[in-house]
Structure formats: C-alpha cells, structure tokens
Design a protein around this ligand. Structure first.
Ligand SMILES: NC(=O)c1ccc[n+]([C@@H]2O[C@H](COP(=O)([O-])OP(=O)(O)OC[C@H]3O[C@@H](n4cnc5c(N)ncnc54)[C@H](O)[C@@H]3O)[C@@H](O)[C@H]2O)c1
Ligand SMILES: CC(C)CCC[C@@H](C)[C@H]1CC[C@H]2C3=C(CC[C@]12C)[C@@]1(C)CC[C@H](O)[C@@H](C(=O)O)[C@@H]1CC3
Length: 345
C-alpha cells in the first residue's frame, strides 16, 4: 500500500506574498529556514530560493499547483481597502477564501494562518483595550470590513482537528513600516495637497499602530504554536504594538519626520464625519459617470476621531507574543525608508 509522505512542516506558501505584509513575512520565513512559495496576482520582487506562482486565488487549479507539498499556508491577500469595490471584495475575500480553504484541504495542507483585521469589530464607536470576545461589527463601516468579517468566520469555522486541518486568524491593527503602500503614502499625498492642517475631534483619541515586523512575528508564532492540542485552533488573535498612541501624535511624528508641518486646527468630529458620509454618497451616485475617490472617507474619519486599541493579552498568554520592535523605533525606521516622500523631494 502506498504511504502518503507528509510534506515538511517548514514548507510553506504565502498567498499575497507580493504585498507589503506578505513580503516582510516571506523575508522572515526564509531567515528562519522555511522553504517559501509565493502565490499572488503579481510578482513585485525576486528573492533567491522563493518560488513565485502568479495567479488569482479564485482560480482553484492554479492554487492546487502552487500548494503541492506545502504543509503551512499564510493567507494575506486582499484587494486594497481604498479600492472600495464591493464586488471585488466579495469575489476575493469571501468566495476566494472559500476556494483557498478547499485547495488547502485537497492538498493535505495541515495549517492555515489567515491575516484578518482588528477592524472586524469596529463600527465607528470607541473601542478601548478591546478583547477578541467583542462581537463582530453588526454594521461594518465599509465593504472591505464587511468581507473581512465573512472571511475570518469561514477560516475559523473550517478548523477541524479530526481531519488534521488547523486554522487560526491574526488580527493586526494599523500596520505601518517600510514599503507600506497605503498609510504613509496617503498621509503624505494628503499633506502635499494642503489637507493635513486639521485635527479631527479633540485629538486625544488613542489607537494602535503596529510595526510590520511585529505583525510578522505574530504570524510565525501562531503557525508554530498551532497544534491539535493547543488553544489556538479556530481562534482569532489581536496582534498590536501594545503601545496605544494618540492618533494625531502618531500622524504628526511621521509628518514632521518627513519635513511636513503637524496638523494644528481642530474640527468637530461629527461635522467631518457627516461631510465624509455625504461625499461618499455623492461618489456612489456619480460612479456610473465618473469615479471620484474622496480622501476623507467615513472609515478614515472614524478611525481618525475615535479610540480603537486592542488587548493582545490572548496572544501573550497562548503563544508568548511580545512585540519585538517599539513604536519609537518603528516610526524612525519607517520615516528613514521613505526618502522620496520627504518635503521638497
Ligand atoms: N495594512 C494594514 O494596515 C492591515 C491591517 C490589518 C489587516 N490587514 C490585512 O493584511 C493583509 C495584507 O495587507 P497589506 O497591507 O500587505 O496589503 P497589500 O495590498 O500590500 O497586499 C495584498 C496582496 O494581495 C494580493 N492579491 C490581491 N488580490 C489577489 C488575488 N485575487 N489573488 C492573489 N493575490 C491577490 C495583491 O496583489 C497584494 O500583493 C490583508 O489581508 C489585509 O486585509 C492589513
Ligand atoms: C486622511 C487622514 C484623515 C488619514 C490618513 C492616514 C490614513 C490613510 C490611515 C490612518 C489609519 C489607517 C488604517 C487603515 C488604512 C489607512 C489609514 C486609514 C486600515 C483601514 C487598513 C485596513 C486594515 O485592516 C485596518 C486595520 O484594522 O488595521 C486599518 C486601520 C488603520
């Protein structure tokens, strides 16, 4: 009788490995001796020892080819939140994740680590030291969040110890760091257009921003602690810097570090939120004729004007998580990595 040889536990695939988080994850996995395959709709770099499979995760056949002999899968692919494309989020984050799960099961993958988001519980009102037990947002603010909720549920429900298929979800919040395509570039673009003069609300709201290497550390710890007898099976974990900071202090430190002025004038939160909602509605109505992308979306305004920081006690307890890089060091390294975004360049 032919015996099925289990692939090495150090043979992994990173779906979305060409992206910001994915690339940092791939680099760390290689450093730790893993054999890495990247599956992504684009190839954004080359690294010795990394096998790239360019394909859409909605294409099961392409995934089955890439997942051959893989025992561990990290799924960190998603359309960018800024695309605000409901059909695309549904197709990739929900239908595509179903296909990822099926392909993993068919290929005998043993562990699936999903990159979810702490925002799955955020509804635009204050969250202070939020625990994983908080209910999913009943009225998510945007389509991205709506589909991240469905995606997380699908992955956690698929966890099946009897079938030897274990799953876990990592919920990072506000990832920043070198090569980030959204936070710093959008911030600088807004500053260059003279729109970063204002503080939304009184400026005292505390939030989490998480350095990308800490998020990577959380993913690898989760993969290594995910075993049939561990508490991680089918659970979600917040991964943050564990250093809540005032939203506007963080923004100011990045802006000033790059040579721009810090925002100074206060605007009432409710007023800005109302305007953002109105602009979003207008953009939606005009979409068949012209595509407008407002800078101040309701989601961004809500994130800028409320408290949203999360407890990572569960990750500390179950997998010994401690953020290796402090916020101060993370900000310094991030600012240094964007010489081309400095004022006047
Ligand atoms: N950036 C943050 O602040 C943040 C915070 C919490 C959670 N997350 C989650 O982390 C993950 C990574 O985010 P990121 O910031 O690195 O984004 P990113 O856009 O840099 O990377 C996402 C990658 O997914 C790929 N991708 C998109 N659609 C695909 C498809 N159909 N098939 C295959 N690949 C596809 C993209 O090409 C890209 O390389 C996402 O799941 C995101 O929801 C991000
Ligand atoms: C125009 C200004 C008011 C703000 C400019 C900076 C913003 C572009 C970022 C500040 C907080 C960021 C953030 C995300 C995107 C970029 C910001 C709005 C996410 C919504 C990206 C998706 C993640 O899943 C969210 C998460 O839960 O971590 C991010 C939350 C913070």
């Amino acid at each position: 009788m032919a015996t099925r040889i289990r692939p090495s536990s150090k043979r992994c695939a990173v779906i979305g490995g060409s992206g910001f988080l994915g690339r940092h994850l791939v680099e760390k996995l290689l450093e730790k001796g893993y054999t890495v395959t990247v599956f992504d709709i684009r190839q954004s770099y080359e690294l010795p020892g990394v096998a790239f499979h360019v394909g859409d995760l909605c294409d099961k056949q392409a995934l089955l080819t890439a997942l051959q002999d893989v025992s561990l899968v990290f799924h960190c692919a998603s359309p960018a939140p800024a695309s605000d494309d409901r059909a695309l989020f549904q197709k990739v984050n929900v239908d595509g994740t179903r296909i990822v799960i099926q392909a993993c099961q068919e290929r005998g993958v043993q562990k699936l680590v999903l990159t979810s988001s702490a925002s799955v519980v955020f509804e635009g009102t204050d969250i202070k030291d939020g625990k994983e037990e908080l209910p999913y947002a009943k009225k998510p603010i945007d389509y991205y969040t709506e589909t991240k909720i469905q995606q997380e549920k699908l992955v956690l429900e698929a966890c099946d110890k009897d079938k030897g298929f274990l799953t876990v979800a990592i919920r990072p919040h506000g990832i920043f760091g070198p090569q980030d395509p959204q936070l710093v570039p959008i911030l600088v673009d807004t500053a260059r257009r003279g729109k970063m003069k204002f503080i939304i609300g009184d400026g005292s709201n505390l939030v989490d921003f998480t350095f990308v290497e800490n998020v990577v550390h959380g993913h690898i710890l989760a993969a290594e602690h995910l075993k049939p007898d561990s508490p991680l099976c089918g659970k979600a974990y917040h991964i943050t810097n564990d250093e809540p900071v005032r939203f506007w202090d963080f923004m100011s430190q990045v802006l000033v570090g790059l040579g721009y002025d810090a925002p100074r004038y206060h605007l009432p939160y409710q007023l800005v939120y109302g305007i953002a909602l109105l602009l979003w509605l207008v953009a939606l109505l005009l979409r068949p004729l012209v595509r407008i992308k407002p800078t101040f979306t309701p989601m961004r305004v809500a994130l800028a004007g409320t408290h949203h920081y999360y407890s990572c006690a569960r990750a500390k307890e179950d997998m010994g998580y401690r953020p290796p890089v402090s916020l101060k060091e993370g900000i310094t390294r991030t600012v240094e990595s964007y010489p081309h975004l400095r004022k006047g360049v």
